[in-house]
Design a protein around this ligand. Structure first.
Ligand SMILES: Nc1ncnc2c1ncn2[C@@H]1O[C@H](COP(=O)(O)OP(=O)(O)O)[C@@H](O)[C@H]1O
Ligand SMILES: [Mg+2]
Length: 213
């Protein structure tokens, strides 16, 4: 029985869009779900998210960035994810541990063994049952987030700090996610996120329905 589903992938791959679509699908089948995200899934986490956003152009040292994400996750697991799983709900989470490995490991170059240990400490060993990796070319994802921001009339967001990174950074992150998916094929499903939203949603529904039996 799957209880904990994470959405991973680069910016603009459609994680937030697809999480909402899956939530509606599961609710229409009578499943009780909790949708949440990282960073910012708790009230403390919202402050951390704000810290990550609001430093604007100011550089954040890599370890500082890492610890802020881990602090957010530790609180999120304790306050939201574990209680929901224990309460029999299905948890849908927009980014989780794999994002730390992709961005801070493959992207920033922090040692993987160290990251794995710190992740394990922060998440208390709580692992997703299923991880949907939304994958599309970096340029496509970035063009979608640029569009999203101009629609929202705001140039601020967590993604902005990463958006200022060069395309090469995002390529490393994308390759990192794909390498993790290859290494753990039983947990990951790689979804071609370059297709229209409805097609992506349908594929995700089929995968999740099948996994749920
Ligand atoms: N398959 C798709 N095709 C075209 N546009 C999409 C698709 N999925 C999402 N979008 C749009 O791209 C932008 C980024 O999607 P979003 O779900 O916020 O991505 P993420 O959460 O992965 O950063 C949004 O404006 C969304 O409406
Ligand atoms: Mg999002």
């Amino acid at each position: 029985m799957i209880r904990f589903i994470t959405f991973e992938g680069g910016d603009g791959t459609g994680k937030t869009t697809q999480l909402k679509a899956l939530e509606s699908h599961l609710q229409s089948k009578g499943c009780s779900c909790v949708s949440t995200r990282e960073p910012g899934g708790t009230s403390l986490g919202k402050l951390i998210r704000q810290l990550l956003l609001e430093v604007g152009n100011q550089a954040i040292a890599s370890p500082t960035e890492l610890f802020l994400y881990l602090a957010d996750r530790a609180q999120h697991v304790q306050e939201v994810i574990l209680p929901a799983i224990d309460g029999g709900k299905i948890v849908l989470c927009d980014r989780y541990t794999d994002s730390t490995l992709a961005y801070q490991g493959y992207g920033r170059g922090i040692d993987f063994d160290l990251l794995r240990q710190l992740n394990q400490f922060a998440n208390r060993g709580v692992k997703p049952d299923l991880t949907l990796l939304l994958d599309c070319p970096v340029e496509l994802g970035l063009s979608r987030t640029a569009q999203r921001q101009s629609n929202a009339g705001s140039a601020r967001g967590r993604e902005d700090r990463f958006e200022r990174e060069k395309v090469e950074f995002h390529e490393k992150v994308r390759a990192g996610f794909l390498a993790m998916a290859r290494a753990e094929p039983e947990r990951f499903r790689v979804i071609d996120a370059a297709r229209p939203m409805e097609q992506v949603s349908r594929e995700i529904q089929i995968i999740v329905d099948r996994e749920m039996g």
